[in-house]
Design a binder for this molecule. Sequence first.
Ligand SMILES: Nc1ncnc2c1ncn2[C@@H]1O[C@H](COP(=O)(O)OP(=O)(O)OP(=O)(O)O)[C@@H](O)[C@H]1O
Ligand SMILES: [Mg+2]
Length: 400
Amino acid sequence: MSDSDDLFVREDPIFEQKELLEINHLPDEGRIVGRDEEMKNLANAVNPAIFGQSPSNVLIYGKTGTGKSLCAKHISRRLVDIAKEEQVTADFAYVDCAQDSTETQAVQTIASSLNQPDETGVKIPDKGIATATYYKRLWNILDSEYDVVIIILDEIDKLEDDDILMQLSRAGEAGKVSNCKIGVIGISNKIKYKEEQLNERVKSSLCEREFVFPPYDAPQLNEIMSARKDAFRDGVLSDGVIPRAAALAAREHGDARQAIDILRYAGEIAQSRGAPKVTEEFVIDARERAETDRFRELIRGSTPHSRYVLQALTVLSLNNDENDGYRTTRIFDIYKEICRQEGSNTLSLRRVRDLLKEHAFLDITKQTRHSGGSAEGSYTNHQLLEDPEVVRDVLADTIE
Ligand SMILES: Nc1ncnc2c1ncn2[C@@H]1O[C@H](COP(=O)(O)OP(=O)(O)OP(=O)(O)O)[C@@H](O)[C@H]1O
Ligand SMILES: [Mg+2]
């Protein structure tokens, strides 16, 4: 009997509350670090909802892991609580547009999350009714149940078109709803989202306020991780681990998700090696894992052409050895070849340039400007920040 008992460990030796480091964990208010200004701005924009007036529509931009989704949800939740104290009935709906990318899916999600079937008697089936019917039911729910609602459209750039934005932003003036006020919080990490994907009407109504969330610096990441120390058992986490992880993560992207991942992986590595403590030496491997995860997620979320452009730069990087990167036009030539092989139309050079800018914004690549001397104008070079072989493998994995 004792033999088989030895096969199992009865308690996790490293983690006490591992959920604090899981991706979907929502820290409580006291644990949201370094976003005071951003939260104040957001609160300010939606504040009129508390006295039953129209909240401003907001667009939030920022790199991955800068707390956009977290702060939007947090502010919406707080707003609903305070509105309640003021006898204003408010609620919010959260839509992940990467999941619900069609107009029908998005309106279905909003309607079902705001519906209270016992009170409204309205049914919102998962599918099988026309988009227009979902809207009709949504407007009914809004007018019969709420004074105000906030609709968070996260990863808004993943919506197939802006029809739903048109509907939501015009619901009041078009007479679709008469009692309920609607506020939209759109979130994106595409800098060019507004210019490229929105028509003028939607643009002016959706973007009443715009906020950019900056990356976190090392002290902020340090604090974000320290607030989750309880994930570990007492005495297991060596003192140097968090500062080291914070320094690495800040130097790279200032991404809180990556910082938290590093901490979780460091614990898992200690666990798998049977080490009694999580020490600094595990941070290096943990960082590498977190970096590949981050990169994989970014690629997974990108469009085919955005991947073709990256693939073109990867082909160049694998076959050449140039230290200062590759010019846009060279990347464009290979990109066209890839499109031909894929049986796809090519985008214009200007669009490809924009896609390269997006990659640079998300720290997948680095851009440098060069002045070409008197004979030629200035030009931009692009370099992968990841090992080209890793990029090639990730691209191969993510292409369906
Ligand atoms: N200020 C903060 N304090 C505590 N935890 C934070 C903070 N900012 C982000 N986090 C944590 O980091 C992770 C990433 O944050 P969040 O999902 O809000 O990023 P995001 O800006 O929406 O990124 P993406 O563009 O990739 O969606 C989450 O687990 C979140 O709980
Ligand atoms: Mg997010």
